[in-house]
Each structure stands twice: as structure tokens, then as C-alpha cells.
Design a protein around this ligand. Structure first.
Ligand SMILES: NC(=O)c1ccc[n+]([C@@H]2O[C@H](COP(=O)([O-])OP(=O)(O)OC[C@H]3O[C@@H](n4cnc5c(N)ncnc54)[C@H](OP(=O)(O)O)[C@@H]3O)[C@@H](O)[C@H]2O)c1
Length: 231
């Protein structure tokens, strides 16, 4: 049976590679993105994939656009991947942090994935696989934080982990499992050129983690290589 996969933030980086690999696997993919027409790589992928790949305009900070998703995506969803995210202003020390940029990072990285999930959860419940993935980061781990800094991003991903953990518990009765995934340090616009792995390696690992996700291991914080990350 053909899988139906929905991914947010597909214009570049990990979101684009998620689409590429799931399409290659034969899935039907809904790729959500703020400005599809501005990403040449995305448009190329759309040209080669044809009707197997639907592009859906979505800014995850816009409630109206999130609400519309349930009408744009009519079929049951096997895997929903909340991938879109931002880091926020780079290199702020503790005395440089201000309210508005922090609120924006929390809005995109923590609140929006919950709102997208709310809008689509009934369709995931009707899917065969019934999986929801939150693209988190090791930067949200308390146990792993030895370097300090990154206040906005760390707090937003830590809060996302708390949200995802509750969802894993609350959605189990619908048969839905929730994966909280760290993609590694990846060469993307966010990860930078010095990052350790490429998008192909990261997403190959993440697809395996998603394949192995079930109600039994729902709500765990897992790296792309399958290892469990401390909270
Ligand atoms: N790269 C890493 O090393 C790394 C490590 C840990 C976790 N992550 C996480 O992995 C995810 C993907 O990161 P990446 O490295 O691929 O980052 P990226 O290259 O910067 O791509 C981010 C994606 O998110 C989209 N996005 C941002 N704000 C959005 C909004 N308001 N509405 C809709 N889409 C929005 C961007 O769309 P536009 O093109 O429209 O801006 C873009 O497609 C993020 O959640 C990130 O936190 C990445």
C-alpha cells in the first residue's frame, strides 16, 4: 500500500531530503512550505515526481493556513513530520537575549508543531502507520548541555520535547506513536558547512528510526543513528 507522508519546511535542508527519499521509496508526499516557487530544487523535485508529490503553501506561524491543511490534505496520513524550524539570532549571550526574537523561536519551534499536529491528528488516526514525528535537537537536551548559550533554540526544543512526550501518552489511545528525533549535526543552512554529516545520511537514518517507531517506543528522544538521547 502506498504510504502518505506529510512534511513541513520542505524548501531546503532536511525537509527537502525527506521528500526526496520518501518519494524514491514510492510514498505519496505532501510537502508544506512557505514559498514553494522560490526553491529551484523543490520545483525540480516536483517536476520529476509529478502527481506523487503535492506542494502545499504553509507558513506554520499562520493559524489560517494551518486550519486549511485539513481541507487541502483530504486523505488519511501515515506519517506526519513536523520538520520546519528556526535557530533564531546566532550567538546571543545571556545578557543579549530579548523577548521578541525568543517568542518567535518558541512560536515556530514549539507552538507551531503542536498546532499543525492538532489540525491533522484525526487524519493520522485514520492512516495505516499512525506516526507523528517532531524534528527536535540534542540542543534541547538538559543532560547533554555542557556548553551553555543558545538560550532561544535550546529552550524551544526542550519545550517541544515536553509537548511531544505528552502527545505520545495522550495519543496512544488513538493508536498513534510519536517520535522525537535528533537529526545529527547536518550540513544545511542551519547546521552550516562544518557540520558532521550530509542530509542524505541523516535522513536515511531518520527513515530507519521512523520505520522502527511503534507504540512500544513512542515518546523516546532518539538520534538519527538509533541511539537514545538523555532528556
Ligand atoms: N541542521 C542541523 O544540524 C540540525 C540539528 C538539529 C535539529 N535540526 C532541526 O531540523 C529541522 C530542519 O532543519 P534544517 O537544518 O533543514 O534547517 P534549514 O536548512 O534552515 O531549513 C529550515 C526549513 O524550515 C522552514 N521554515 C522556517 N520557518 C518556517 C515557517 N514559519 N513556516 C514554514 N516553514 C518554515 C524553512 O523554510 P523557508 O525556506 O521558507 O525559510 C526551511 O524549509 C529544524 O527543526 C531544525 O531545528 C537541524
Amino acid at each position: 500500500m502506498q504510504k502518505i507522508v506529510v512534511v513541513t519546511g520542505v524548501s531546503r535542508g532536511l525537509g527537502l531530503e525527506l521528500c526526496r527519499q520518501y518519494l524514491a521509496e514510492g510514498a505519496r508526499v505532501y510537502g508544506c512550505c512557505r514559498s514553494p516557487e522560490q526553491s529551484q530544487k523543490l520545483l525540480e523535485l516536483k517536476r520529476s515526481a509529478g502527481h506523487q508529490f503535492e506542494l502545499v503553501p504553509l507558513d506554520i506561524t499562520q493559524p489560517g493556513m494551518i486550519h486549511n491543511l485539513q481541507y487541502v490534505i483530504e486523505e488519511p496520513i501515515d506519517i506526519l513530520i513536523n520538520n520546519a524550524g528556526i535557530y533564531g539570532p546566532f550567538g546571543l549571550s545571556y545578557d543579549e537575549v530579548t523577548v521578541d526574537p525568543w517568542m518567535e523561536v518558541l512560536r515556530v519551534d514549539t507552538v507551531a508543531p503542536m498546532m499543525v499536529t492538532q489540525a491533522l491528528v484525526d487524519k493520522v488516526a485514520r492512516g495505516h502507520d499512525k506516526k507523528i514525528i517532531m524534528m527536535s535537537s540534542k540542543m534541547g537536551s538538559m543532560g547533554d548541555n555542557q556548553k551553555g548559550g543558545s538560550y532561544l533554540y535550546r529552550s524551544a526544543k526542550a519545550a517541544l520535547n515536553a509537548v511531544a512526550r505528552s502527545l505520545a501518552i495522550d495519543l496512544a489511545e488513538k493508536g498513534i506513536s510519536v517520535g522525537i528525533v535528533h537529526p545529527g549535526w547536518v550540513q544545511t543552512d542551519m547546521g552550516g558547512v562544518n557540520a558532521l554529516i550530509d542530509t542524505e545520511t541523516s535522513i536515511r537514518g531518520i527513515r530507519k528510526v521512523i520505520d522502527q517507531l511503534s507504540l512500544r517506543n513512542s515518546g523516546q528522544f532518539i538520534s538519527y543513528d538509533g541511539s537514545v538521547i538523555p532528556w
